[in-house]
Design a protein around this ligand. Structure first.
Ligand code: AKG
Ligand code: FE2
Length: 176
């Protein structure tokens, strides 16, 4: 494993995951039990210097850790306070986007983060998202019992929606 992947999986995910589970008021040991191990999807995205975009969407996992190349331009935009806010790429930092599974597990108390990428150059831009899900074999129930789902089934539905039917990711359709 690369040093970056080891830091993400062994340090950032457990610390942030435990803190979120606490905020969600989940029972003692909930994070350890359902993220043993976490499911981590890693992607490398290149936006050419001539420009490139990622349409507005939410990520469908628990949360996403996004490492952005340090550029003076702010291509990642986050929907906040009723408008698109550009997110800076700060040195040695990760952007955290909350995912749809976290929204469901919190019975809607936390909202997944709508975001999009509008990159207009002049340099190329590389981003490295780590999509963090619970154990792929987990079946989870939200804090108030309103949602129950299988992690594997939700992941498969998301894959089909993006890559087979072309309907976009997460809450993409709600955001239109
Ligand atoms: O390239 C980025 O900064 C974000 C990519 C993204 O939102 C995604 O892959 O889900
Ligand atoms: Fe995303």
């Amino acid at each position: 494993m690369l040093a970056l992947q080891a830091t993400v999986v062994n340090e950032v995910v457990p610390q942030l995951g435990t803190a979120l589970a606490d905020l969600l008021d989940m029972e003692e040991g909930w994070f350890r039990r359902h993220f043993n191990p976490p499911t981590v999807l890693q992607r490398v995205i290149r936006y050419p210097s001539t420009g490139g975009t990622a349409g507005k969407h939410t990520d469908n996992g628990f949360f996403t850790l996004l490492l952005q190349e340090e550029l003076p331009t702010r291509s990642l935009q986050v929907w906040f306070g009723g408008r698109w806010v550009p997110a800076p790429s700060l040195p040695d930092s990760l952007v955290v986007n909350l995912g749809d599974m976290l929204q469901a597990l919190s019975d809607g108390r936390f909202k997944s983060t709508p975001h999009q990428v509008v990159h207009t150059g002049p340099a190329e831009r590389i981003s490295l998202p780590f999509f963090i899900y619970p154990d792929i074999d987990a079946r989870l129930t939200s804090r108030q019992g309103k949602h129950t789902f299988s992690v594997a089934e939700v992941m498969l539905r998301n894959f089909e929606s993006i890559w087979e039917t072309g309907n976009g990711a997460g809450r993409a359709r709600e955001l239109q």
